[in-house]
Write a protein that binds this ligand. Structure first.
Ligand code: HEC
Ligand code: HEC
Length: 188
């Protein structure tokens, strides 16, 4: 009897053990906890990555790895150290190829639209390869980044100084612009 039971149990256990081997997971599953498996996150602390421009995603991962970009909780800085060099291209392709998120908030007035049009925000953000899509992003995330630029927390790009100047004397305007951008359908 025993000899029958043991091999049977082994057959059962082996594939299960292999499933739990971290090495067999695609690397973007590490990101899913915060950003969602398909790059649409549930809270505005974590940006949507779905459909984001690949060159931009890559640049941010490199910046977190080198320490040029940080975030308060330090989550990104530590997670990128867990990626193998060959994983970077895999996660960039995975997230950039997903369908973009849908607009989230509806602004209560036109204040954000006027400010954004005056500054020409979407002229870069729609088309320039190094400028991320900001439409249909979480408003809360956008506003945090704008304040990080304003307060000199996010400095890792040639565009940082210009953004610091945009937002330097703004407080409510930041939330208004963020709500406007988040309410727009993402069009390439
Ligand atoms: C424990 C939570 C957590 C995990 C896991 C995580 N991230 Fe993040 N990620 C964040 C937070 C928080 C931010 C926003 C940082 C900030 O406020 O500047 C962020 C920001 C980013 C950004 C910048 C987006 C932008 O619009 O600038 C990219 C790209 C990114 N993450 C990719 C990844 C990838 C790829 C993985 C998996 C390898 C991953 N993240 C795993 C929490 C996480
Ligand atoms: C001349 C081009 C240009 C203009 C105009 C511009 N941006 Fe940007 N913006 C960029 C680039 C490039 C980046 C990426 C910076 C980096 O790599 O860290 C960026 C990054 C951002 C981010 C971070 C997004 C993320 O996913 O983390 C926000 C938010 C943002 N811009 C908002 C704005 C707003 C609001 C305006 C108008 C008031 C504006 N930008 C005008 C080029 C521009």
């Amino acid at each position: 009897m025993k000899s029958l039971v043991v091999p049977c149990a082994l057959l059962w256990a082996l594939p299960a053990a292999a499933d739990f081997d971290a090495a067999s997971y695609p690397p973007y599953e590490t990101c899913a906890l915060c950003h969602g498996l398909f790059g649409q996150s549930r809270t505005d602390k974590f940006p949507h990555l779905a459909g984001q421009k690949p060159a931009y995603i890559r640049a941010q991962l490199d910046a977190f790895l080198s320490g040029e970009r940080t975030n308060d909780g330090g989550q990104m800085s530590s997670i990128v150290t867990e990626l193998k060099p060959e994983d970077f291209a895999v996660v960039v392709d995975w997230f950039s190829e997903q369908d973009p998120p849908s607009p989230s908030t509806q602004p209560t007035d036109d204040a954000g639209m006027s400010l954004a049009q005056e500054a020409g925000c979407l002229e870069c953000h729609a088309s320039a390869e190094n400028a991320p899509y900001v439409t249909a992003q979480h408003a809360g995330y956008l506003a945090k980044q704008m304040r990080d630029f304003r307060d000199g927390v996010r400095t890792n790009s040639a565009a940082a100084e210009m953004h610091r100047e945009f937002f330097q004397s703004m407080e409510d305007g930041i939330d208004q612009i963020a709500a406007y951008l988040a309410s727009l359908e993402r069009t390439p």
